[in-house]
Structures are given as structure tokens and as C-alpha cells.
Ligand binder design. Structure first.
Ligand code: HPA
Length: 244
């Protein structure tokens, strides 16, 4: 069963025929909302809205541990994360869909591990390749099937938020080798790895990152909303073909 975590702009999956809802309690507190079980194409999926169904939970307040633990407990065997990002690389402008292949983590003060040494051994998971290559290929193949252009590969920078970055911060991320910037990719990906859950992301570029291209002066929320709405339709198309 594939878990789909929907980000901003994807609090519902129109193509999910909901069969069941489940409130899952976890040792780590409350997940962002109820888990919705249903089918996409012929496959069982479980859906969770990362920011809550009313979009009330900001990136730094998301209970990533509870979310990943709940999905794992519910029987998920893989996690597809949908998240919006700002574009840093010149070919990754608003409206582009991209499947990242690497992560740089700039977040802080988030609860980012199940192995905090309280009642278990200290474990250091391998995270050389943060995304699962098989799941990445499945997303890319689904995009081809759906006839939607999706870029293969980007370095995802995870920032703390909830504010957007300064132009100088984006310049630094670019020098570090980052191609897109978002606020939710970590610790989500690392927690999935700790649970041995294959994890991959489909990122939607909704704005130029601060100081890039036409965002030189300011990033306008209304414009982001419009871009996100249109692009999420394309994300749904891709997800519709995820069964192969
Ligand atoms: N920065 C960080 N996170 C984001 C952005 C951005 O410009 N756009 C969407 N999520």
C-alpha cells in the first residue's frame, strides 16, 4: 500500500475513492489528521494532508514523527511525498514538476529521529541516497504515461520557515548546490528511512526562490496560489498513473 502525503494545494485527492478513515494515535502525539484509505487506479493507498485538512499546521509545527509512524503502522509500504518548492536552478521555474534526488537539510529544532536514545539503542541509518530509486522511477514512469513533463533530479534544500528566505540565503543555497527549496522535506525523508519505508518526492515549483528571476522584489502569495492550483491538477494526473 502506497502512502501519499499531500502538501500545500493537495489537501484532497480527487482521484481517491475514500473507503475508510482512521484516527491513529501514536507514541509521538497526533498526526496531522485522519488517515484516508482508498484506491487510486487499482492500488490501495492511504492519504494524509501534511498541514492538516484545513491547512492550519505550519511546516515547523508538523508532527513528522507521528505522521510517518501512523502511516507505517497503517501498513504503508512506501511513501510518495507531494510538496511545493521554490525554484533556484534556472530551468526550475514556476509550474515545473520535479522528482528530487538529493537533500541538504538546513532545518533546526525539529524532532527528527525515532532513535533518541530514550528506550532503545542509538541507531545511525545510512542516508547517502535519501530517496528510494525504485519509487522515484515509478513516479517518473507515471509522468511519462500521463504525458506530463517532470524533471528527473534536483537537490532539495530544506529550510526551517515559516518565513521565506532572503536573497542572500538563496544565493548561499545555490552555492551549496541546491536546486529547489522547501520547508517540509526534512525530517520527513529521514524518518521514513529510519522506519525502512521507501520514500520519494514529487515537488511542484510554485515560485522563483527569493531573488531569482522575477521574484527580485517580492514573492506574492496570490501568484503562488494560482500556480499551485494549476500544477496540482497535473500532479493528480501523475498519481492516477502510478499503478503502471
Ligand atoms: N522557499 C521555501 N519553501 C517554499 C518556497 C520557497 O520559496 N516556495 C514553496 N515552498
Amino acid at each position: 500500500m502506497l502512502a501519499i502525503i499531500g502538501g500545500s494545494g493537495l489537501t484532497q485527492l480527487a482521484n481517491l475513492n475514500i473507503e475508510r478513515r482512521e484516527v491513529v494515535r501514536t507514541p509521538y502525539g497526533e498526526p496531522s489528521g485522519v488517515l484516508l484509505f482508498g484506491r487510486v487506479c487499482s492500488m490501495n493507498v492511504v492519504f494524509l494532508a501534511r498541514h492538516g485538512y484545513g491547512h492550519t499546521i505550519p511546516p515547523h509545527m508538523v508532527n513528522y514523527r507521528a505522521n510517518m509512524w501512523a502511516l507505517h503502522k497503517a501498513g504503508a509500504t512506501g511513501v510518495l511525498s507531494v510538496a511545493s518548492v521554490g525554484g533556484i536552478r534556472a530551468d526550475l521555474g514556476p509550474g515545473v514538476l520535479v522528482v528530487p534526488h538529493q537533500i541538504i537539510d538546513y532545518t533546526h529544532s525539529r524532532r527528527g529521529t525515532f532513535f533518541d536514545g530514550v528506550d532503545g539503542p542509538v541507531v545511525h541509518v545510512d542516508f547517502t541516497e535519501p530517496y528510494d530509486s525504485v519509487l522515484r522511477r515509478r513516479i517518473l514512469a507515471a509522468a511519462v504515461e500521463a504525458g506530463e513533463a517532470v524533471v528527473d533530479g534536483a537537490v532539495y534544500a530544506a529550510t526551517q520557515g515559516p518565513r521565506l528566505e532572503t536573497a542572500a540565503e538563496i544565493e548561499r543555497l545555490a552555492r551549496d548546490g541546491a536546486d529547489v527549496v522547501g520547508m517540509t522535506g526534512m525530517p520527513e525523508a529521514a524518518l521514513a528511512r529510519e522506519l525502512d519505508l521507501p520514500y520519494a518526492a514529487l515537488n511542484v515549483v510554485v515560485n522563483w526562490a527569493a531573488g531569482r528571476a522575477d521574484s527580485e522584489h517580492e514573492i506574492r502569495f496570490e501568484k503562488i496560489e494560482q500556480t499551485a492550483q494549476a500544477a496540482m491538477g497535473r500532479v493528480r494526473h501523475v498519481i492516477d498513473r502510478i499503478c503502471g
